[in-house]
Design a binder for this molecule. Structure first.
Ligand code: UD1
Length: 433
């Protein structure tokens, strides 16, 4: 099992480039189910969740090829024949986003069997709202042996009001609605850029969607969709993680290939802590942090609020800011698994329900720590980048689910980080720097 060896203390300086958004690529790949024609997606990130989704589509009879010319990773998907519309447990157990195939499968084939999702262990993470929406569209849902089955000869347009804002729920039902008979009105929808990205692809395939990116989405169902070519938007969470990496190390980092319009909440929070943030170009943001950072409270919200997927990384930063920062997690219960490990590195953090109180600034000292989920791993890398000495991060496979070659990217801007399959006894920094 791979580990990261990280030696802290070097300010990150230079330019670091973000990849395509995993959370946009996953629904867009699922959207290929909706057509017999070819869907070509550019800017696909090289991360494990994408590979899981590739295997998922292939296991159902889809053809999925991935091409990498060194600068652009493209996937060509053709779901002309879907011989086995089943998302099997063996494939989906590591990735909750598998529920994204539910809507498109039932819309295209009239039948979907999907294993109950796994993925990050952050709270219960039900998919009841996906199912409720599909039922409103006329699907008959049954559940047995750990699988959910949805059946419908043809889905019907419906009026769906989400009880709670859900990102993949909005995406799943959007994909169901595009082939439904009649109009679907969806209210209280997620406004995340990844929803907008998916709607862009679906419209290019011939769907009739209005309002993506707002709480109300209107879909006029069509009988069939055609193939399309689409470029996946940049990963705003990867970009935000790098901005924090620049700030926490007291560096001067330019994050290139991002979309600053998707980073508003993260950029303002960084400015509140005293970092300087400048939009250099429409696709590049520079962060500089010279003096001491100061504490700032944060509360996770749906987009355009501060993302829950940035909470763990922000907490690492808060340990290095002067004063008390209250970090409130509103989206998921049980998303403080990184706290224990940060405390082992010397952080002063107390958790009470959904609020973590971080008292900074505490010097961090290197330690052997365990990655517990995707974003928690990122938080530990950030902490290790400023810790005194060499940290060993175990279970970096969590990181590999969603960050592309993060160690290579960080090394390119001065970080001392290496991937090893085992920790050599008494390894010297020079051996891997
Ligand atoms: C997506 C992102 C994930 C991010 C999350 C919140 C993908 C692949 N993943 O996850 O990285 O952390 O949005 O921004 O895009 N809920 C229900 N019933 C449902 C669905 C959700 O109660 O049927 C609840 C969840 O338990 C959670 C909240 O709604 O408390 C938001 O979850 P949701 O937006 O659905 O998260 P995901 O789409 O799974």
């Amino acid at each position: 099992m791979d580990k990261f060896l990280v030696t802290g203390g070097t300010p990150l300086v230079g330019t670091i480039r973000v990849s395509g958004a995993k959370n946009a690529a996953l629904p867009c790949m699922a959207a290929a189910i909706l057509t017999e024609d070819e869907v070509i997606l550019e800017n696909i990130p090289h991360v494990r969740d994408i590979d899981t989704e590739r295997r998922l589509l292939a296991s159902m009879g889809g053809e999925v090829d991935i091409f990498d010319d060194g600068t652009n990773r493209t996937t060509r998907i053709c779901c002309a024949t879907l011989s086995d519309p089943v998302a099997k447990y063996e494939i989906v157990k590591t990735m909750r986003a598998s529920s994204l195939v539910l809507g498109p499968l039932v819309a295209r084939t009239g039948l979907a069997r999907v294993a109950m999702p796994g993925g990050c262990a952050i709270g219960g993470r039900p998919i009841d709202l996906h199912l409720k929406g599909l039922e409103k569209m006329g699907a008959v849902i049954t559940q047995e042996h750990g699988y959910i089955e949805a059946r419908a000869e043809r889905l019907l347009g419906a009026h769906i009001v989400f009880d709670k804002i859900t990102v993949t729920g909005t995406e799943d039902l959007l994909m169901a609605a595009v082939l439904a008979e009649g109009e679907t009105l969806m209210e209280n929808c997620a406004r995340e850029p990844e929803v907008v990205d998916l709607a862009g692809l679906l419209n290019a395939m011939g769907a009739k969607i209005e309002g993506a990116g707002t709480p109300t989405i209107r879909v006029r169902g069509v009988a069939r969709l055609k193939g399309a070519r689409h470029r996946i938007c940049p990963d705003r969470i990867e970009a935000g993680t790098f901005l924090i990496a620049g700030a926490i190390t007291g560096g001067d980092l330019t994050v290139a290939g991002c979309n600053p319009r998707h980073l508003g909440a993260v950029m303002s929070k960084l400015e509140e802590t005293g970092a300087r943030v400048d939009i250099l170009r429409p696709d590049a943001v520079r962060v500089q942090a010279e003096g001491a950072l100061k504490a700032a409270d944060v509360s996770t919200e749906e987009y355009p609020g501060f993302p829950t997927d940035m909470q763990a990384q922000y907490m690492a930063l808060a340990t290095q800011a002067d004063g008390v920062s209250m970090v409130k997690e509103n989206i998921f219960e049980n998303r403080f698994m990184h706290v224990q490990e940060l405390v082992r590195m010397g952080a002063n953090i107390k958790v009470d329900g959904r609020v973590a109180t971080v008292r900074g600034r505490t010097p961090l000292s290197a330690a052997s720590v365990m990655c517990s989920d995707l974003r928690a791993s990122a938080s530990l890398v950030l902490a290790a980048l400023v810790a005194d000495g060499q940290s060993v991060l175990d279970r970096v496979y969590h990181m590999d689910r969603g960050y592309e070659r993060i160690e290579e990217k960080l090394r390119g801007v001065g970080a001392k980080i290496a991937r090893v399959s085992h920790v050599p006894a008494g390894v010297a920094e020079e051996a891997y720097a």
